[in-house]
Write a protein that binds this ligand. Structure first.
Ligand code: SF4
Length: 243
């Protein structure tokens, strides 16, 4: 049996039954596997926002030590704005010089504003803040529901529903609609952490389908199961074929 990816445009959106099962399983998994990165537990909105920019295109594990140094050295925006050269040097080991420059500009702008905006538009007007960072900050640190879609999450949704993805999928309206449908109204924070962690640890480039909590809902997971690639880990659950 070969695996064929479809076009998202021609696929129906999932029904309520599918959405509820997916959310439940991802949230259950997420609660057990939550990774307590320091920016997730900080009470400083300044540090949390800077961390979200550091995390762009960089693995969380790589960001951790630079973030910890930043947190200790620059406890306030004022301390950071008084040492922008130091901030820039501290960020360089993360790579992406343009991002270090953007973070410096961001600190200057936050200092000028005197506060951190608390809505999507206001956040997206800041240097270095795009839709993903603004949504992640709102959802994780301000308790405002927002849908998060990064490349790992796009990959996960593509496999789950069996459609082709590309770098431009991020701007695909139907994909954004799918991500919006999947994101709960109330438990969005734990769901968003869970889906990020799942896409990082399980549905990664080389997915660990056999140990995945949504393998029975997932088009690619079903392909793996039907090819008996998880024989030893098959449970008693039935494969769900609903949309
Ligand atoms: S079954 Fe595999 S492809 Fe599907 S969501 Fe899980 S890890 Fe990803």
């Amino acid at each position: 049996m070969s695996y064929k990816e479809l076009n998202l445009e021609t696929l129906p959106l999932p029904d309520r039954f599918f959405i509820d099962r997916f959310r439940k399983k991802i949230i259950e998994w997420g609660k057990k596997n939550f990774t307590p990165f320091p920016w997730r537990t900080t009470s400083s909105k300044f540090h949390a926002l800077i961390a979200e920019v550091m995390l762009q295109r960089t693995r969380a594990e790589q960001v951790e030590s630079v973030y910890r140094q930043f947190e200790v050295k620059y406890s306030t925006i004022k301390k950071a704005v008084n040492d922008l050269d130091g901030v820039f040097s501290l960020l360089l080991p993360l790579g992406l010089k343009w991002r270090a420059k953007k973070i410096v500009e961001l600190i200057e702008e936050l200092h000028r504003l005197g506060e951190i905006p608390s809505d999507l538009k206001g956040l997206m007007r800041l240097p270095g803040i795009g839709f993903y960072v603004a949504s992640a900050f709102l959802s994780f640190h301000l308790g405002i529901r927002a849908v998060i879609v990064d490349n790992n999450i796009i990959r996960l949704y593509g496999r789950l529903r069996g459609f082709k993805t590309s770098p431009s999928s991020r701007r695909d309206r139907k994909l954004l609609r799918l991500a919006d449908l999947m994101t709960p109204k109330r438990d969005f924070r734990i769901f968003n952490y869970a889906i990020l962690d799942h896409a990082r640890l399980v549905c990664k480039m080389k997915p660990k389908c056999c140990e995945c909590p949504v393998k029975y809902l997932c088009k690619y997971g079903q392909y793996i199961l039907k090819n008996n690639e998880c024989e030893t880990s098959l449970g008693t659950e039935k494969i769900i074929t609903h949309n």
